[in-house]
Write a protein that binds this ligand. Structure first.
Ligand code: ADP
Ligand code: MG
Length: 345
């Protein structure tokens, strides 16, 4: 069942020359988490605000749970859209306790019902025992859990989360990233999760939409996006892949670092070969074309910066059992189906 359908939404702010959101169409199935991923300024927040009813697009249809909430003639305001919202800054009421903050969205319910829903929501975000505290008595991570509980308590049809983890310290961010998917799933809610962090998008989402300059460049499962990026932009942004000019040579594609087999490729004779950092296999060889410029130890992996004969930089990551010193010349090989060819720019 479809919970959200967006058709051809375009929003241009009058003072700008290009639209913030351009012809975006998407559907979200009930219970799924859609991750909206893209660099800063690509239109993620604007798109979320259109869905939430805070921004009225010039064109487009917004449909939530089968009901049109926005089109040419209709515009239902945010408070009547049955949505829950979590922002980057927790936006709690400083003079209200945790319980009062969470109960805020439950006006119109009976007292018992409010107590029950607040307790449920606080259990969901693991904040039992914090009911009487004020926001200033909580850490950033705990405050964001309260904001989550407050948005979830009315049991909205759709949750909109705009970079909810971006203000948190790395340690807390990683922990809440692990939990937030479970929390949303346990609540049984559908959600749109905005982030500029590719790892976060892959980890939290069922479906990832990659945005660029206002439009949706690709939408698919995290695995699809990672293994079959639809464009060079997606490949660079999501996988931080390397690119090398390549020319077809019979069944292989030739680059300055060697010839490689490409499973899926287009019909052109030249293109750009995409090679993900983790797909390189490095083997020391004195006559090899590539040299290791720098090596960094990152705990779980080594990151190498390599230099090709033409002076191009390549990035590689390897398990820590492959430690090759800086200055070593290496032969690079790649698993057969790991490389892809994109049209030349
Ligand atoms: P993101 O959330 O991906 O960083 P935004 O949706 O905030 O991107 O912004 C997309 C573009 O729209 C940017 O160029 C931004 O400057 C512009 N923009 C956003 N909100 C407004 C506004 N209220 N008025 C004018 N321009 C805006
Ligand atoms: Mg934003």
């Amino acid at each position: 069942k479809v919970i959200l359908r967006l058709q051809d939404a375009t929003k241009q702010f009058s003072e700008n020359t290009t639209p913030a959101v351009k012809n975006v169409s998407l559907t979200l199935q009930t219970g799924n988490i859609l991750g909206l991923l893209g660099p800063s300024g690509c239109g993620k927040t604007t798109l979320l605000r259109i869905i939430g009813g805070f921004e009225r697009p010039q064109t487009g249809i917004v449909e939530i749970d089968g009901q049109i909430v926005g089109d040419r003639t209709t515009w239902i305001p945010p408070e009547k859209r049955d949505i829950g919202i979590v922002f980057q800054d927790y936006a709690l009421f400083p003079h209200l306790t945790v319980t009062e903050n969470v109960a805020f969205g439950l006006k119109g319910y009976g007292k018992q019902q409010i107590q029950k829903r607040v307790a449920q929501a606080l259990t969901l975000v693991r904040l039992e025992g914090f009911e009487k505290r004020y926001p200033y008595e909580l850490s950033g991570g705990q405050q964001q859990r309260v904001a989550l509980a407050r948005a979830l308590a009315p049991q909205p049809k759709l949750m909109l989360l705009d970079e909810p983890l971006s203000n948190l310290d790395i340690q807390v961010r990683l922990q809440l990233r692990e939990e937030i998917r479970d929390i949303l799933k346990a609540a049984g809610t559908s959600a749109i999760f905005v982030t500029h962090d590719q790892e976060e998008a892959l980890a939290v989402s069922d479906i990832v939409g990659v945005m660029r300059q206002g439009h949706l460049e690709q939408i698919g499962t995290p695995e699809e996006i990672y293994t079959h990026p639809a464009s060079r932009f997606v490949a660079e942004f999501v996988t931080q892949a390397n690119f090398l000019p390549a020319r077809r040579q019979g069944n292989l594609w030739e680059t300055e670092i060697g010839c490689f087999a490409v499973k899926a490729s287009h019909s052109h004779e030249i293109g750009e070969m995409m090679i993900r950092q983790e797909d390189f296999i490095l083997k020391p060889a004195t006559d090899a074309p590539v040299v290791i410029r720098t090596r960094r130890f990152l705990g779980r992996e080594y990151r190498y910066c390599l230099q090709t004969p033409s002076g191009k930089e390549l990035h590689a990551r390897t398990m820590i059992n492959t430690a090759i010193p800086e200055g070593t010349r290496v032969q690079l090989s790649i698993a057969d189906d790991a490389v892809r060819i994109f049209p030349s720019k």
